[in-house]
Design a protein around this ligand. Structure first.
Ligand code: HEM
Length: 484
């Protein structure tokens, strides 16, 4: 069964829960789907990149010993040992979108930034090293009090501005100006064109002249704006917004290794992967809190006890466990990245039982993994933050950010951002659902009485086709909360 919601995203339940693995033919290609934590662990952990690093370390250590002891035979043993490490661990899964329509679309739009790069791309390792450094600053949310508002719109602006400030020391003036900045406008135009194309067989894309033209025009606008930001930084007309180098400084520092075009691709990819995902997660959190007043009350009580009405500080964050559980429970029930793909680079036997051909696409079905009642219990579909007191039932049963070398680089950043924004919102506002509301044009309305195949929302909510990452949203009425 498959149910389409939001951005043409599929909640796929192709997998037989009793065996945790299944397959589907999509556009003539066989995809393997996983929902068993052990199999997910195998595919995400046994990455050929990690194995290669282990092999190199083994070879280097033993080769050094060999030089010291001057025994050539040891070198031979080292090489054999490295080969054995590769063969025995059998780890040859990696990230590749070969065969996936997004593969060619990303070349035309965001380039090969981290998210879309093949594992074998040498630029991935360079960029990954540079970009793994933690972000040092955070953006500040400016919120307004009013009637019924679409919080999702604010959250998208907030997430985009936060990334722009933290990564490039620039902003798009989303909150102050009445006119939208050309960057987010172009960004949305690219996403709209991508979603339009994805519905058409790839062979017919060349016939979609208008969509292609719109997409290329919007890509040109984005590239021009990013190039200008890079130029100003190189000319020292701008600097990082904090006392530490920002993402742009770090990437430009690597000048010889990351070409200017690659820096641009990385920035575009960062903005693309970083803002909609966080906004979708936060929007879903609001829906769950509005639907569950008891949980909202417990969370507000925790925030008032720990932070009060003052500024939230970094040291407050670990003292807010219930907030952490609410975010985790949200990402479990509505993971913004509902699935992601790996590839078996060699023919392999998954879990010692299931044959996967060379280049077989293997999809981690995050929705199914997160909602599996065998793993999570009979209330798997419901929002129960308290379940996190014990932690996840299996180390690989909760994978909203993936795991391994290709896992989310912005995970910590996004979690911190979500927590700060949630505290600031809940300190000031009580959010309530309007008695009646209608979904935006084009959005999919899920009524409280219906339920998604897996998640029980408990309240009417909508899913927007404009979003790449999945998240529920609804209009809310904001009421100023009296000071504690
Ligand atoms: C709730 C928020 C987020 C979620 C759920 C999320 C989820 C993910 C997932 C599942 C992946 C792995 C995709 C795959 O294996 O194909 C990923 C990769 C990535 N994410 Fe996130 N992400 C979030 C926020 C962010 C933010 C804020 C940033 C930027 C600051 C970011 C940047 C990236 C990048 C660059 C990659 C690619 C890493 C690589 O391949 O080396 N993400 N994200």
């Amino acid at each position: 069964m498959s149910v389409v919601y939001g951005a043409g995203r599929l909640i796929l339940q192709a997998v037989d829960p009793s065996i945790g693995i299944g397959s589907l033919h999509i556009a003539g290609q066989k995809f393997i789907f996983l929902r068993d934590p052990e199999l997910v662990q195998e595919v995400l952990q046994k990455n050929h990149y990690v194995v290669a690093v282990v092999a190199v370390v083994v070879v280097t250590v033993v080769a050094v010993v060999a030089v010291v002891v001057v025994v050539a035979a040891v070198v031979v043993v080292a090489v054999v040992a490295a080969v054995v490490v590769v063969v025995v661990t059998g780890g040859d899964y990696g990230k590749s979108l070969k065969g996936n329509p997004f593969d060619s679309l990303t070349d035309k739009t965001f380039g090969r930034g981290l998210f879309f790069a093949e594992d074998q791309d040498p630029q991935w390792a360079v960029a990954h090293k540079v970009l793994t450094r933690p972000f040092s600053h955070r953006g500040i949310l400016q919120q307004s009090q009013g009637e019924s508002v679409r919080m999702y719109d604010y959250l998208v602006k907030m997430a985009l501005e936060t990334l722009a400030v933290c990564s490039m020391g620039t902003h798009f003036d989303s909150f102050n100006s009445t006119e939208p900045h050309p960057f987010p406008v172009a960004f949305q135009a690219v996403l709209d064109a991508m979603f339009a194309l994805i519905k058409v067989p790839t062979q017919l894309w060349s016939c979609c002249v208008l969509t292609m033209w719109r997409m290329q025009k919007a890509v040109g606008v984005m590239n021009g704006l990013i190039d200008e930001i890079i130029r100003k930084r190189v000319a020292k007309e701008t600097s990082s917004s904090g006392k530490f180098p920002d993402l742009l400084d770090l990437m430009l520092d690597q000048g010889s290794k990351l070409s200017r075009e690659k820096v641009r691709s990385q920035i575009l990819t960062f903005l693309f992967t970083g803002h909609d995902s966080t906004a979708a997660a936060m929007s879903s959190l609001i829906v769950f809190l509005v639907a569950n007043p008891r949980m909202e009350a417990r969370l507000v009580a925790e925030i008032q006890a720990v932070v009060g009405s003052g500024e939230v500080q970094v040291h407050h964050i670990p003292e807010l466990p219930y907030l952490d559980w609410c975010l985790k429970e949200t990402l479990r029930l509505l993971p913004p990245a509902g699935n992601y793909q790996r590839m078996a680079f060699q023919e392999t036997i998954l879990g010692g039982k299931w044959k996967a051909k060379q280049y077989a696409p293997i999809v981690v079905d995050v929705f199914a993994l997160h909602m599996d009642s065998e793993t999570w219990g009979p209330d798997a579909a419901s929002f129960v933050p308290e379940r996190w007191e014990k932690g996840p039932p299996h180390a690989y049963s909760y994978m909203p950010f993936a795991s391994g070398p290709r896992s989310c680089i912005g995970k910590e950043f996004s979690i911190l951002e979500q927590k700060i924004v949630a505290v600031k919102l809940l300190q000031r506002f009580a959010m309530r659902s309007p008695t009646t509301w209608t979904a935006r044009e084009g959005s999919v309305l899920i009524k409280a009485s219906e339920s998604l195949p897996c998640t029980t929302l408990g309240i009417d909510a909508e899913f927007s086709p404009q979003q790449f990452f999945a998240g529920a949203s609804m209009p809310v009425q904001l009421h100023l909360r009296p000071s504690p």
